[in-house]
Design a protein around this ligand. Structure first.
Ligand SMILES: Nc1nc2c(c(=O)[nH]1)N[C@H]1C(S)=C(S)[C@@H](COP(=O)(O)O)O[C@H]1N2
Ligand SMILES: [Mo]
Length: 327
């Protein structure tokens, strides 16, 4: 099958016909047949005039913490022999259902979203619940840049430089009690500003969770930037989680609440489509999704297909988390 003929199967229900059709028209097919220039001219299918320019990836936090970017790149995490995905590709191809299920439509809808002020509540099994300002979170630990592989369950993949620090630093700041076994993330709920949340087939707000030992793994990141600057809204401003050995939906965007729990929390995609999405969701080429194979993936930058790597290539570092456990 020629690359431009291969549809992207959406994470969401196959009943979501509009997204499937749009995904086919403006997903990989759009990138390869229209070319990027088509997207740059703002080919949206909706007649909108907004077009791609430097505003497209403007940090949604504005000048806040500007002196912290770009952060020094860590040499510890190589993606060789792969190469970086270009920003102009990654910033116009997003999953952010709060805006729209159309991957090519998120950036346009998200560009004027205000993320100031932004508070983060810390609750559950902690010494003392408290609230953090985004600025406190931004300055909680030194920022570094890490280039990671990133793999969506829908089979598209990219390699991008994320800016942030280990999630373990934030967990320490939260002072979870010894009985805490999981960390839960809840993302923003604002139906007036997030039109996708009017779609009641999904259990808003978006929520995700990790086992605490997974969350404390050095690879798991608090992410406040991408491509050397603060996050633009389409990537989950003002902050998100990045967990590179799991499918992309385990990396929640635009978080407003963190909770520590003893019992395993539910997750958005598991609640929406329990037969399709589980809790651990580690990248695994041998475990097909009920609607498609996971053996291969497609790089959104090169358009090329390649074999999916177990744990997205991070097995040496993370496989030990799952030996003899419930996974
Ligand atoms: N709040 C929120 N976070 C989210 C999602 C979402 O729809 N809402 N989509 C997830 C999915 S399915 C993927 S693949 C990644 C995509 O991240 P990117 O758009 O920055 O590449 O974000 C994840 N985080
Ligand atoms: Mo995804």
């Amino acid at each position: 099958m020629a690359p431009e003929q291969e549809p992207v199967t959406p994470e969401g229900s196959y009943l979501d016909r509009r997204a499937i059709i749009r995904g086919m028209g403006l997903g990989f097919a759009g990138l390869s047949t229209l070319g990027l220039s088509g997207l740059l001219r703002g080919v949206s299918g909706t007649g909108e005039a907004q077009s791609y320019n430097s505003d497209t990836f403007r940090p949604a936090i504005g000048d806040l913490g500007k002196d912290l970017f770009p952060a020094k790149r860590s040499e510890k995490y190589s993606i060789a022999p792969r190469t970086l995905t270009e920003e102009k590709i990654a910033s116009v191809f997003n999953n952010f259902y709060e805006f729209t299920s159309s991957k090519s439509g998120v950036w346009r809808m998200a560009r004027n979203f205000k993320v100031d002020p932004w508070k983060i509540e810390v609750a559950g099994a902690v010494e003392k619940p408290f609230t953090l300002d985004f600025e406190d979170l931004l300055k909680l630990a030194p920022l570094e840049e890490r280039v990671y592989r990133f793999r969506c369950v829908e089979t598209w993949a990219m390699q991008v430089p994320w800016t942030g620090y280990p999630l373990a630093k934030l967990i320490d700041r939260c002072k979870p009690l010894g009985k805490a076994k999981y960390i839960r993330f809840v993302t923003i709920l604002d139906e007036d500003r997030l039109p996708g949340q009017k779609d009641k087939q999904w259990p808003w707000p978006y929520f995700e969770a990790l086992r605490l030992d997974e969350a404390r793994h050095d690879l798991a990141m608090v992410c406040v930037g991408i491509f050397g600057h603060g996050l633009p809204m389409q990537h989950g401003a003002p902050w998100r989680i990045v967990v590179p050995w799991k499918y992309g939906y385990k990396s929640p965007k635009s978080i407003v609440r963190i909770e520590f729990t003893q019992k395993r929390p539910g997750t958005f995609w598991n609640q929406a489509l329990p037969r399709e999405y589980g809790f651990f969701s580690n990248v695994d080429p041998s475990k097909p999704h009920p609607r498609w194979s996971q053996a291969m993936e497609r790089d959104i930058g090169t358009g090329r297909r390649r074999a999916t790597l177990l744990y997205n290539g991070y097995g040496d570092q993370v496989a030990g988390l799952y030996s003899g456990t419930e996974y």
